[in-house]
Design a protein around this ligand. Structure first.
Ligand code: ATP
Ligand code: MG
Length: 171
């Protein structure tokens, strides 16, 4: 079965939760899933749940820890490089039916990877693998080449009204 390239972007909440929902659906159908998360170095609760309960889903994180404020450190860049390499391997190994590059757009935004790194994932993808790329500010070239693009639009977010991030809901 032919796979597609999906992009979840926009400034509204739900990009990573949509991608993890897809991972659960794919696992339920017996597919193996690889989730590579850029920038992050700690499991949010959905990743912990997937790790514990879904042997079909492999998760790796490619953040060096800490917040990239101004200029990324060499360590930030090295971790992101590892992320691109691991995703390329997952996309070509024949092992996975679904590969998720979570926050690849964010990694591009902070300058730890380049546009060619992201477009390179589309290039190496085996045709039967579904590739999902998330993160706000998806570049035009990616949107152009993707088969499915969903933009999460922020109509309201509790954060703006002072509601803090809640455990199990936001992270
Ligand atoms: P989620 O992981 O909840 O699906 P997301 O992947 O769409 O969110 P990210 O851009 O990855 O959003 O940001 C992650 C965190 O930032 C989440 O805790 C999310 O609730 C929060 N967030 C998302 N959009 C906004 C927003 N417009 N304003 C404030 N916080 C936001
Ligand atoms: Mg996210």
């Amino acid at each position: 079965m032919a796979g597609c390239v999906q992009v979840y972007t926009g400034d509204g909440k739900g990009k990573t939760t949509a991608a993890t929902g897809l991972a659960v659906r794919a696992a339920g159908a017996g597919k193996r899933v690889f989730i590579g998360q850029f920038i992050k170095s700690e499991d949010s609760h959905e990743m912990a749940a997937l790790r514990e309960r879904f042997p079909e889903i492999a998760i790796e994180q490619f953040g060096a820890g800490g917040f990239i404020v101004d200029k990324p450190s060499p360590e930030d860049i090295e971790m992101a490089r590892k992320g691109i390499d691991s995703l390329r391997a997952a996309l070509t190994s024949g092992e996975y039916g679904v590969v998720i590059a979570d926050e690849a757009n964010g990694a591009l935004g902070v300058g730890v990877i380049a546009l060619d790194d992201v477009l390179g994932l589309l290039e190496v993808r085996s045709p039967d693998v579904e590739l999902v790329i998330t993160g706000r500010n998806a570049p035009a070239e990616l949107i152009e080449q993707a088969d499915l693009v969903t933009e999460m639009v922020k109509v309201k977010h509790g954060f703006d009204a002072g509601i803090p991030a809640r455990e199990g809901i936001e992270y």
